[in-house]
Design a protein around this ligand. Sequence first.
Ligand code: F6P
Length: 556
Amino acid sequence: MASSTLICDTDPWKELKAHVDDIKKTHLRNLMSDSHRCNSMMVEFDGLFLDYTRQQARQDTMDKLLRLAQAARLKEKIRKMFGGEHINSTENRSVLHVALRAPRDKVICSDGKNVVPEVWKVLDKINEFSEKIRSGSWVGETGKALMDVIAVGIGGSFLGPLFVHTALQTDPEAMACSKGRQLRFLANVDPVDVAKSITGLNPETTLVVVVSKTFTTAETMLNARTLREWISTALGPQAVAKHMVAVSTNLTLVEKFGIDPNNAFAFWDWVGGRYSVCSAVGILPLSLQYGFPLVEKFLKGASSIDQHFYSESFEKNIPVLLGLLSVWNVSFLGYPARAILPYAQALEKFAPHIQQLSMESNGKGVSIDGIPLPFETGEIDFGEPGTNGQHSFYQLIHQGRVIPCDFIGVVKTQQPVYLKGELVSNHDELMSNFFAQPDALAYGKTPEELRSENVAEHLIPHKTFTGNRPSLSLLLPSLNAYNIGQLLAIYEHRIAVQGFIWGINSFDQWGVELGKSLATQVRKQLHASRTEGEPVKGFNHSTTTLITKYLKATSD
Ligand code: F6P
């Protein structure tokens, strides 16, 4: 395929289009009765088990999808990513988040230079620094140990670390490593979020980590200034040196802000914001909370998936299979959304992380060569842990729109609870739902089945479940640091696979810029109106009215 050819012009794409009617004719109930088919749609790797038998696909569908991967030159694109080529062409950058979790002796080059030693230099610095803080050898201005950390950052400098922290918080091994310590996040510029982040904390025992790749993000910089004020008001301006550190690629701006560059933890432009959890963005706050040795296990889990993604044949390659199936669901079956449904409360922040990872990566309208796409890319990701989601939006998934679902289950709970006399334990109850929901979606319930249960005739249409709703089930052995790393990397690579197939750049995010620059204009207007009494001008009628109303109400 020539680089300017769109994937939709290739034969495998056209064959898949032609295949849709055939597949739509076959109900999942029938597909599920073919045990040979089902056996071919289960994959195991490093303790993980993927079952994609409930996808609206047969073996010949998978063969066609694999041909599509070939047409999209998926293997070559994966090699280029791992090889440090500038695949993020609109920003002229490598995409090397895999280097962030590579073993010390691995060689991964960007622009002819092995980046792994630099990665480990920062990891070693994090290890040393977090040990100083945790052991109390680094103390605050008044000589007290720094027990609490506020990580200030937004988007990719927040969502991934929050997901991992939330997942680790109830893991017994992680709990044992974090006794007496607190990790909080401050992301939103809303003053309510500022208040929540500092409520109950004492500046004397608090360390603030400012996390920003660019060190220019308006929300983060304002929040960082607010917390700098909080510290210097309580302890004097000299206290900032002991109570504030930074994570950034822009060490010049870090220094300008007033943070000692020795207390800055670097990362590199080849790490995309939403792919930065394994850089100092995530590793520093997590190591402060849990200690580096535990966090290293998380990196090892992610690295295991990197190896699998790089070297496993596509037929058994979990991220590749997941990516191809998502393309099948979005571009061929026409399902625009994906529900992320972890049956683990500890994964409550997983869907919000995947929202950014997926939607910022693949929500694009042109090919990597700038050609407008005649098909949609990306999907609308949302989700909630089961069983909570079941009591919220599952009604729509069962009887309303068709939304492919990712069911994520965990074999061994982090926190076993067993009540004497109960039929099953809490975890068995949770997992009963994890096993039942995919079948309810796939099989549904027919009017005949309802009649055989003597359901009143007028209720039959309401109680019928059409079924034939696709899902996949991913079973993790447990939810420790290693497995959390695996889960993260699976989704990172799956999303990249989707982008590689669609032929887009999954690593830039120009779509967030317009809103940011319009906000700058409004910000200037608010300042000028408040300080100089300048009338609101230069906006459309609606925005002028809204801003004027806001100014009036807040200046009274
Ligand atoms: O929302 C846009 C974005 O640029 C994200 O891609 C990024 O993760 C986030 O803002 C934060 O950026 P920074 O880390 O530079 O503060």
